[in-house]
Write a protein that binds this ligand. Structure first.
Ligand code: AMP
Length: 423
């Protein structure tokens, strides 16, 4: 089978690594890819925002199956356009991708199908938003409705912060994504992520995984795309798992089907474990980044039939298996991230680091030039490891980090601290 993977981050390197291990694979391409993905796939300079170009590439190269990594092409409808051209693709169509593409859409779905979430209001005018805000008081959460590269959420602890967020969004800080704003109740509790593979009718949960959003140790500093992750996590107990499946994931899947827009792909729920039970605060419609890096290490089953079954409505009898050993990933980012950072700095020692037992290094933002690997983004490397325990996985990953020679990069030193503290 010929497969084209879309994307260029650490998530896509992990997916490429796993797809490349499938006996079903004949040839794998990745558009646009990165220097690490190039070890698993032929990277091609196809512009993935140009759907006609993607379709043209698939036709020329007899691509049987397209796997879409990031949310932007999903929300732009690349899966529908590929389907119209007779090409099978993994991921939701444009209508179902609204679960990530519009926060207001998800809130309305929650109301319609009685899915637990925070109270909210949707606004297209700053005056109405401010009036609602003042009636509710702080703390409160202000969200740009559309995709804002992970930056469209302001958790405001004071009214002044919330007012500033509303002004910023209606002033166009996020362009079209901010022409509508959702104001949501502040939910208190432990934040967890929950992932399920869906085929429009059935949902199979993935192994539990937890990321670390804040840039510095002890969960301090600004939010990022994710500085590390581990799997499994002790916080999704069997009871919480069953509550999330029964009250959040399955009603979403059946609600989307009832609306005529079935969800096929990975449903990634942001859930707060509140005193009143799990509550949904957001959906993403794709694999996590960096959670995929640990998911792929732990996935025992061949991923290709699983992705095909999700596309074909065949997950009901699918047996998705996981290795019991924990996995952990440490993100190495360019100094300054998530603010300004330099590109083009040289990274050495990767091959040496990868010789440590259980270690796998996925590239997030790298390019190869004249035989050297150069940083080419904010989040640059995912140094991953498996071990018999979370502690062993952690010490292997940091041993590998210590062999990587990249003075212009940094990482958190405490990935999985909550799990280790729990014992
Ligand atoms: P996002 O950028 O969409 O991942 O959201 C950023 C962060 O905002 C989430 O990871 C949560 O920590 C936080 N957040 C979003 N919604 C709420 C809420 N209703 N209550 C408390 N925190 C929230």
């Amino acid at each position: 089978m010929n497969i084209l993977l879309l994307g260029s981050g650490g998530r896509e390197h992990a997916l490429a690594w796993k797809i490349a291990a499938s006996p079903l694979l004949t040839k794998l391409w990745c558009a646009p890819g990165n220097a690490g993905i190039a070890r698993e796939a032929e990277c091609v300079a196809v512009d993935i925002t140009d759907h006609a170009a993607v379709i043209g590439f698939c036709k020329t190269n007899k691509v049987d199956f397209v796997v879409v990594g990031p949310e932007t092409p999903l929300v732009a409808g690349v899966v529908d356009d590929l389907a119209a051209a007779g090409i099978k693709a993994f991921g939701p169509g444009k209508a179902a991708a609204q679960l990530e593409g519009s926060k207001g859409f998800t809130k309305v779905l929650c109301t319609e199908f009685d899915i637990p979430t925070g109270a909210y209001g949707r606004f297209t005018s700053a005056d109405d938003a401010l009036a609602y805000l003042r009636a509710q008081g702080a703390p409160i959460v202000v969200k740009a409705d559309g995709l804002a590269a992970g930056k469209g959420v302001v958790v405001a602890m004071t009214l002044a912060e919330a007012e500033a967020a509303i002004a910023m969004m209606f002033d166009g800080a996020f362009g079209a994504a901010g022409t509508e704003v959702v104001i949501e109740e502040f939910l208190e509790g432990r934040e967890i992520s929950f992932f399920a593979l869906c085929d429009g009718e059935t949902a199979i949960p993935l192994a539990s995984a937890q990321d670390h959003k804040r840039v510095f140790d002890h969960d301090e500093g600004p939010n990022t795309g994710g500085m590390g992750a581990y799997s499994p996590t002790p916080f999704v107990t069997p009871e919480i798992h069953d509550q999330i499946m029964a009250r959040i994931i399955l009603p979403t899947v059946s609600g989307m089907k009832a609306r005529g827009t079935p969800f096929r792909g990975v449903l990634y729920a942001g859930v707060m474990l509140t005193a009143k039970g799990p509550k949904l605060f957001e959906y993403n419609v794709r694999f996590g980044d960096p959670e995929t890096q640990v998911h792929m290490l732990r996935m025992m089953s061949d991923i290709v039939p699983a992705l095909l079954a999700a596309c074909d409505g065949q997950l009901r009898n699918f047996d998705l298996r996981w290795f019991p050993d924990p996995a952990l990933t440490v993100v190495m980012a360019a100094n300054g991230y998530p603010g300004n950072y330099a590109k083009g700095t040289r990274i050495d020692g990767l091959d040496d680091a990868a010789t440590i037992e259980g270690v796998e290094i996925f590239h997030a933002g790298t390019i190869a030039r004249d035989g050297a690997i150069l940083a080419n983004g904010g989040r640059v490397l995912n140094v991953c490891a498996m071990g018999k325990t979370v502690r062993e996985a952690q010490s292997r990953a940091y041993a590998a980090v210590d062999r990587i020679k990249w003075p212009e990069g940094f990482c958190r030193r405490d990935i999985a601290w909550q799990a280790l503290e729990q014992g």
